[in-house]
Design a protein around this ligand. Structure first.
Ligand SMILES: Nc1nc2c(c(=O)[nH]1)N[C@H]1C(S)=C(S)[C@@H](COP(=O)(O)OP(=O)(O)OC[C@H]3O[C@@H](n4cnc5c(=O)[nH]c(N)nc54)[C@H](O)[C@@H]3O)O[C@H]1N2
Ligand SMILES: Nc1nc2c(c(=O)[nH]1)N[C@H]1C(S)=C(S)[C@@H](COP(=O)(O)OP(=O)(O)OC[C@H]3O[C@@H](n4cnc5c(=O)[nH]c(N)nc54)[C@H](O)[C@@H]3O)O[C@H]1N2
Ligand code: SF4
Ligand SMILES: [Mo]
Length: 746
């Protein structure tokens, strides 16, 4: 690619799930201006402060350009070949002598915003051959995957609220005014929410904090952290009790209705009210409003997933939508049809299973091939066969992102060898023996393979690299790791992996009698893909063989990567359309409402309701528009201004403890304690305190100069690795029992 001097380029922002179109002005190889791309087919010019800061990430002097190796306790820059040779020399003996499970891998959030993450992580994990795979999914959305697996047969079948056509949005545990939305890709989420109200619709929010989203809503109710599952199940109870169940469009495709009716009988709104802190008349009224809404939907997100009943809450959200007749119809909860997905599927499949193998120390079932990250420290610390002795992180910062991270940091110190594929030397990668930095987000092609499956419209949009990469691409880095782990050696050519992946896909189609490519010549098809980098070649095959693709047929109009390159503002493929039954992958080819595992969670909830309500404060998190998890605090424009890493408390709770605004407080949980400045406001539900995650910078050995000047504290030193959502293994990050006191001597 040539680098002309002055030019304007268009690009999808890869920083959060909203996928906004950016317009970048480039002068002499510098980004001089970033604004929203007003012609973007999906975002129409919307942008948030993180999108503008994209140039700051690209130009950050602390962003690593060359690999680092730790020598005598300090990281030094080395050549790429030396870094890969070091990994081969030190990691392979551990794999050989201690077995494959002695190496653990952790995949962080940016992998789902990155083509290399989408296509090249799998070969790495396959070559490692370890069962000790962990990811940010188990501090996030794993409950949704499990409930989707149980209901629809596929953990990837996630219904999204049809925001643009709904007139009644019941939202729990989500704050899209700050997060820009999650498991619901909707650029300009704020504008789409306002549009609901402008067309006479209603928004109701449940959140233990009066957030910006809550303020925008017609109604906001506090709910005690961790109790949404009770409230949602009580709403299901009301639908049955008041004869409001109407499956509407999916009536012919549902099993297990009667079993659910019986199972929810014990959970009346009147019974759960004390625990949830929500008036039973409100629960009843909202269940009726949902049932009667012509176009209505329930949407729940991270606040209801990262709790002890996360899977039950996720299941209950979808079941409410189903029973209120809102699934798979406009304005309700709908399934996107992504351009890169498999075309021509018919209903039915093998269904969804967890627990095909179990974790060594705490005996957790695998879920989607991984174990809960909350048990990673156990696997490192506990001696015995299969003990984790080496660790690979790819685009993740578990030292700040996962529960009881104080303990994890100690465990990382005790590893024999650690590799991080990361653009920074941060709280996690500072522990690594080798850091491999991929190119910046402007030096790679981009396509949202994940979020196309979660978007409120079907859209397809590719962004070409803006600048040429100085080092190997992230795909090449991962390919070289796969070759090392697979025994081919540090010198093996990464193009082998590209070829294996691309050719493998085409060969699969050619051999498949149901594929339009059946019987074609593999090399002819590959010639049509042309000489593209591996990720782009894979993407081209997916797009062309997908539901909107040209099928490698020159006579047919349809999507291809070439067409997207000619359309830098994206191609709109229309509003969501019904997909049931074809999408269902359960063995019965029907939606399965009755799952034993869910019923056992209902029993557990029943037991809990018999116990008395625990006293004391509960800790929740919060997000801010200018922050993104743990890794954007090294950009000045995103951290400037007042300290955002504060403990928010209700005035009554502060007064009871003689804590004053602006003063330091000491907050402690079962696993740790922190000193943090307090902000007092009545946005919080009494009894609830809030501290954001992703802070706690300035650790020795890290290289984040700006972040070190805005360190904050790491709230995951308070979150506890013991209680988990049993069905998904997801961590509990909200509703942590804590004590807060004015520290002695402050
Ligand atoms: N208490 C509490 N904890 C939470 C949450 C919470 O709400 N409360 N939220 C959870 C959620 S939803 C998530 S998703 C997790 C996130 O958890 P993680 O994924 O572990 O953390 P991130 O902060 O996203 O860190 C991303 C890492 O990727 C690196 N990186 C950035 N871009 C690239 C790239 O292009 N390639 C590579 N290889 N690396 C890159 C960054 O430098 C950083 O080290 O945190 C979770 N932790
Ligand atoms: N600016 C910004 N944007 C982001 C991120 C970021 O860090 N910063 N992270 C990105 C990622 S990885 C993700 S996963 C998404 C998450 O996107 P969202 O799911 O919208 O996440 P939050 O903004 O944390 O909103 C969760 C809300 O749940 C509330 N809550 C906590 N506990 C409970 C509870 O028990 N019940 C109920 N009903 N509510 C509860 C919290 O007060 C909070 O307002 O955001 C993404 N976008
Ligand atoms: S909302 Fe998300 S995708 Fe849009 S500009 Fe901000 S960070 Fe980027
Ligand atoms: Mo997330």
């Amino acid at each position: 690619m040539t680098q002309q001097a002055n030019r304007t380029v268009f690009r999808t922002c890869p920083l959060c799930e909203a996928t906004c179109g950016l317009e970048l002005q480039i002068e002499a190889d510098k980004v001089v201006k970033v604004r929203g791309d007003s012609s973007d087919v999906f975002s129409g010019g919307y942008i948030c402060p993180k999108g503008t800061a994209i140039a700051g990430i690209h130009e950050d002097p602390d962003r690593l350009k060359r690999p680092l190796i730790k020598r005598d306790g300090h990281h030094v820059e080395v050549e790429w070949d030396e870094a890969f040779a070091e990994i081969e020399k030190r990691l392979l003996p551990i794999m050989k002598e201690r077995g494959r499970n002695a190496v653990a891998a952790y995949l962080g959030n940016p992998n789902v915003h990155n083509l290399a993450g989408a296509f090249y992580v799998r070969p790495v994990l396959k070559a490692l051959g370890t069962r000790n795979i962990f990811s940010a999914s188990s501090v996030d959305q794993m409950p949704k995957h499990v409930s989707s697996g149980l209901l629809f047969g596929s953990p990837g079948a996630i219904p999204v609220p049809d925001l643009d056509r709904t007139d009644f949005l019941l939202m729990l545990g989500a704050n899209p005014m700050e997060s820009n939305g999650s498991l619901c890709t909707a650029p300009d989420f704020p504008g789409r929410l306002k549009a609901i109200r402008d067309r006479g619709g209603r928004i109701v929010v449940f959140d233990p904090r009066r957030t910006r989203t809550a303020r925008l809503a017609d109604e906001h109710f506090f709910v005690r952290p961790g109790t949404d599952a009770m409230m949602l199940v009580a709403m299901i109870h009301v639908l049955f009790e008041e004869n409001l169940v109407d499956l509407a469009d999916v009536a012919d495709h549902v099993n297990g209705l009667e079993e659910v009716r019986v199972a929810v009988q014990p959970f009346s709104p009147e019974r759960v009210t004390e625990r949830c802190g929500v008036d039973p008349t409100i629960i009843r009224r909202l269940a009726r409003e949902l049932a009667h809404a012509e176009r209505g939907v329930v949407y729940g997100r991270i606040g209801i997933h990262t709790v002890g009943f996360g899977t039950l809450a996720s299941w209950a959200t979808d079941v409410l939508n189903i029973l209120a007749g809102k699934l798979d119809r406009p304005g309700g909860a709908m399934f996107p049809l992504a351009a890169g997905s498999r075309a021509g599927k018919t209903a039915g499949g093998r269904g969804f299973k967890t627990g095909r193998w179990r974790s060594r120390v705490r005996d957790f079932p695998e879920v989607m091939g991984e174990f809960p990250v909350a048990t990673l420290a156990d696997e490192i610390e506990e001696p015995g066969e299969g003990q984790v002795r080496a660790f690979l992180t790819i685009g993740g910062n578990p030292a700040l992102s996962t529960p009881d991270s104080g303990r994890l940091e100690t465990a990382l110190e005790n590893l024999e060898f650690m590799v991080s594929v990361d653009i920074y030397c941060n709280e996690t990668s500072r522990h690594a023996d080798v850091i491999l930095p991929p190119p910046s987000l402007l030096e790679r092609g981009h396509y949202d393979t994940s979020f196309a499956n979660l978007a409120v419209r079907n859209v397809s949009n590719y962004s070409a690299p803006v600048f040429e990469a100085q080092g190997p691409s992230e795909a090449d880095i991962l390919a070289r790791l796969a070759l090392i782990f697979g025994g081919q050696g540090a010198g093996a050519d990464p193009a082998q992996i590209d070829d294996l992946l691309v050719r493998g896909m085409v060969e699969g189609h050619v051999a498949n009698p149901d594929s339009p490519l059946h019987g074609r010549d593999v090399d002819d098809v590959l010639a049509q893909v042309g000489n593209r980098p591996g990720p782009e070649a894979i993407l081209d095959v997916l797009l062309r063989m997908g539901p909107y693709g040209d099928g490698f047929d020159d006579a047919k109009e349809g999507l291809s990567l070439g067409l997207l390159e000619d359309n830098p503002h994206g191609i709109d493929l229309g509003a969501l359309e019904p997909r049931i039954p074809d999408l269902l992958a359960t063995p019965s080819a029907r939606i399965e409402l009755a799952a034993e595992s869910i019923f056992s969670e209902l029993d557990r909830m029943d037991g809990l309701l018999e116990e008395s309500q625990p006293e004391g404060l509960l800790l929740i998190g919060r997000r801010h528009l200018r922050s993104n998890n743990s890794w954007m605090h090294n950009v000045e424009s995103l951290v400037a201004g007042k300290n955002r890493c504060t403990l928010q408390m209700h005035p009554e709770d502060a007064a009871q403890r003689s804590i004053e605004a602006g003063a330091l407080a000491e907050i402690s949980s079962r696993v740790g304690s922190l000193r943090v400045p307090v902000e007092i406001n009545d946005d919080l539900m009494p009894g609830v305190v809030s501290l954001p995650h992703g802070w706690g910078h300035g650790q020795p050995g890290s290289r984040l100069a700006v972040a070190a000047a805005h360190r904050g504290v790491n709230t995951n030193r308070l979150t506890d690795g013991l209680p988990l959502d049993p069905l998904s293994g997801n961590a509990v990050l909200n509703g942590i029992p804590v004590e807060v006191v004015a520290p002695v001597g402050s």
